[in-house]
Design a protein around this ligand. Sequence first.
Ligand code: NAP
Length: 263
Amino acid sequence: MDLQLTHKIAVITAASKGLGKAVALELSKEGAICVICSRDSNLLQHTANEIMSQTGNKVMPLPCDVTNADEINKLKDEVLTRYNTVDILFTNAGGPPAGSIKDFSAEDYQKAIELNLISAINLIHAFLPAMQKQQYGRIIASTSITVKQPLDNLVLSNVSRIGVVAFIKSIANQYGTYNITANSVAPGYILTDRLKHLIQLKAQQENTTYEEALSSFAAEIPLQRIGTPEEFAALVAFLASPKAGYINGQTILIDGGMYKGLF
Ligand SMILES: NC(=O)c1ccc[n+]([C@@H]2O[C@H](COP(=O)([O-])OP(=O)(O)OC[C@H]3O[C@@H](n4cnc5c(N)ncnc54)[C@H](OP(=O)(O)O)[C@@H]3O)[C@@H](O)[C@H]2O)c1
């Protein structure tokens, strides 16, 4: 299927590695011009070069800490100065520390909310007017399976991400009239450095090996395996395309069937 993404301008945050990088690579393969951001400028430049060498399409690295509203505004100014518009916004950030209720103070929750909720709100506020002006836009917010099924060792994620779903639904309701769609994607276990870190933590807590902890993560999933960043990116690329024009306000799980509820 031709996703009709050639020359679309895409902003992908938290994209020097992991899920964000996979999304940038997939959009770039489909012909989009990608602006990628994260904090470590060296790794970001390296990732941009790597993607450009694989796809032959322009990838612009712009360092930005998404917890800093001023840096988001600078990112927006730079993108609009260079490209005049934005067609696709993929909001993403680092993950909050793992742990359960006994491990965290109110301040920890505040930091997690800044990282995972306020960053998405600021990014969407920044880029929405350009989408409104051109009467076209695709907003995809990355969240987590925790928005459907809270996980005991990820209580900061459980609390901080659900507001993103509510914000995305509000955007979907109020901006559909501008031909802008807004959806959330909710990954289960996808093999990135973040997940490797969580597997390592479980191995330490249960005094077992990395391989055994990995198997016990996979055992929770009907498909009996962890997902790949490429599988995640394929979903996002479709939602980012004109082909997904009638999908709006949804939260789409990509979890191998790990979520056990009906709706
Ligand atoms: N992998 C999974 O299975 C999974 C499942 C559910 C949810 N998630 C969530 O999805 C998000 C991405 O996870 P991942 O697995 O791709 O993690 P990852 O492999 O550790 O990559 C994290 C990326 O985020 C960037 N980043 C971190 N903090 C940032 C900030 N404040 N501003 C800008 N960029 C920032 C990092 O670069 P710098 O450090 O250089 O900034 C890096 O590029 C996380 O929130 C994670 O909790 C992941």
